[in-house]
Design a protein around this ligand. Structure first.
Ligand SMILES: C[S@@+](CC[C@H](N)C(=O)[O-])C[C@H]1O[C@@H](n2cnc3c(N)ncnc32)[C@H](O)[C@@H]1O
Length: 367
């Protein structure tokens, strides 16, 4: 069905609301961001003005600024009348009143309108649909859906929500959706089925409470992280390490973390450490890696990573093994230089640190 403007009520949130709804910090804002279903929100305009990179996509962008502006003018009173009639469904704290909401929404749409025609020419506003994105795989670092997926539970049925999320995960390694409610304020009927399917695919899932609530109960975002390895692949990797048949080139940082998580889940932190001491040494020998005072098994690094994995696991108690790995690899905790945030190099790379546990000298271990 063609997207017709007279069926749309353009309504857009501010940059600041996006930052709070999606819990965006410097790491996220520094990457390429896809705003899916951004409508007349100010996010793209302000993000671009601040030097950020990214694109907004919406079927609305088939229309001109003048057409969208006319439609905003023709519909905003009707939206505000609905808000006033359902005043109790909103939390008037961050935005104290319907009058302030109206002022903020109109103020948020102004920078969008001012930026729109130039942004369209620059390819920053793309007319299109979430279910068939006109972008190459991995074109973005993060995809956001504000007040579109999950919320439009009736207009966008489960199969289309699923298709849209698959598309978003194709073009970005992580998708964030806010809110998790339907228009009437009930939890979205699609949330549980989608989470179950995504979990089974090995996605990392996180429900994160954020510092934003306008629709009552709308204070949580869903993070979906693209799978890295399935549960079965992690099991197979651990089995290869135990059977001393994992080739050296497959013993990557990612493989270390996956095998560490597998041990932690199965045996708990202290027994996992005992086992890893023996098994990493034995694996090294089988893969032609020498274990001596300067090479191979490193006690401080092994203890360090295991502690970090335990901290990560405690933060994601509901995650599957594959989901936990996916979330871990998206986290700054897991970057290969994490140990150097806690240790000075001369201490970390000393013979003493390799032979036995040394406490950090730069920053305490994460708890
Ligand atoms: C309520 S508005 C949200 C606007 C903005 N994200 C915000 O939070 O302020 C929902 C938007 O979803 C867009 N939309 C509808 N169907 C879509 C689709 N299939 N793909 C992408 N966006 C779509 C609409 O055009 C509309 O702009």
């Amino acid at each position: 069905m063609a997207f017709s403007l007279d069926r749309v009520v353009p309504w857009g949130r501010s940059y600041d609301e996006y930052v709070r709804m999606f819990d965006l910090g410097p790491d996220e804002l520094g990457g390429r961001i896809l705003g899916c279903g951004d409508g007349p929100a100010a996010f793209q305009a302000e993000h671009h003005r601040r030097g950020g990179r990214g694109v907004a996509i919406d079927p609305l962008y088939a229309f001109s600024a003048a057409e969208i502006e006319q439609r905003i003018a023709a519909t905003h009173r009707q939206v505000m009348a609905q808000v006033r009639a359902n005043r109790a469904d909103f939390v008037w704290i961050t935005i104290p009143s319907p009058e302030e909401l109206e002022r903020q929404r109109l103020a948020a749409m102004a920078p969008f309108l001012a930026d729109y025609e130039t942004g369209r020419q620059q390819g920053r506003y793309v007319a299109g649909e979430a279910q068939a994105l006109p972008f190459a795989a991995d074109h973005f670092d993060l995809a956001l859906s504000s007040h579109f997926l999950l919320l439009y539970a009736e207009a966008v049925p489960l199969a289309e929500q699923r298709q849209a999320i698959a598309e978003l995960l194709r073009v970005a390694p992580e998708v964030r959706i806010f809110p998790l409610l339907e228009l009437g304020g009930a939890p979205s009927r699609h949330l549980e089925p989608l989470m179950e399917e995504l979990r089974a695919q090995g996605c990392g899932l996180e429900l994160r409470r954020v510092a934003y609530e306008l629709q009552r109960g709308g204070h949580t975002l869903l993070r979906i992280v693209r799978p890295v390895l399935t549960n079965e692949a992690i099991e197979a990797l651990a089995a290869d390490v135990l059977a001393l048949r994992l080739p050296r080139e497959r013993w990557t940082h990612q493989a270390h973390l996956a095998v560490g998580l597998w041990h932690l889940r199965r045996h708990g932190e202290s027994q996992a450490l005992e086992l890893l001491r023996t098994r990493i040494r034995a694996h090294n020998v089988s893969a032609g890696i020498v274990n001596d005072v300067d090479h191979g098994y490193h006690e401080t690094l092994t203890c360090f990573w295991l502690r970090l994995l335990a901290v990560h696991e405690a933060a994601h108690p509901q995650a599957t093994l594959a989901g936990s790995l996916a979330l871990l690899l998206r986290s700054p905790l897991a970057s290969a230089d994490a140990p150097l945030r806690h240790y000075k190099p001369e201490r970390l790379f000393s013979r003493q640190a390799r032979a036995g546990w040394l406490e950090p000298d730069r920053a305490p271990l994460p708890r």
